[in-house]
Write a protein that binds this ligand. Sequence first.
Ligand SMILES: [Fe+2]
Length: 183
Amino acid sequence: MTREEALESIKANVENQNLVKHMLATEAIMRALAKRLGEDEEVWGLTGLLHDIDAELAEGDKNTHSKLAADLARELGATESMAHAILCHNPRHGIPLETKLDKALVCADRLTGLITAAALDRPDKKLAGLEAGSVLEKFEDRSFAVAANREDISQCSELGLELGELVELGLVAMQGIAEELGL
Ligand SMILES: [Fe+2]
């Protein structure tokens, strides 16, 4: 599967542009994580890009969400390990995170929410001037962006990454596509 094919399928299945931006942000962080950890950037990036492709198809049914996405990803040519990561990023299925790819996707998915909320909390609502230190402060403030699950983000330790390094890496990755993200 090429990135263009993945994007075409996203276009066909996702109308909400904020959701598309979330998937692009997750892709960017996954690519940066793969680079840092010596993993396959294309495989990790495409897993991040496709992970929520079924969010509208599932129509808010959390018991279906990510099952459909894993199937769609397989149809596009994703490997079983990519499909597994997509499937288990939704905790509703109770499938344990096994591989580095599984854990990275959960970290990246939740981190995009925290970083986006931190950017939108700035007067200019931009990523450019946002610093990792202030994202870390937001991380500690549990009443801020409550949907960004801190325990999931903290799983970066299982990838051999300190929280500070993950946040820095994620922030730089998202700043790199700030224009696409409209932030
Ligand atoms: Fe997501």
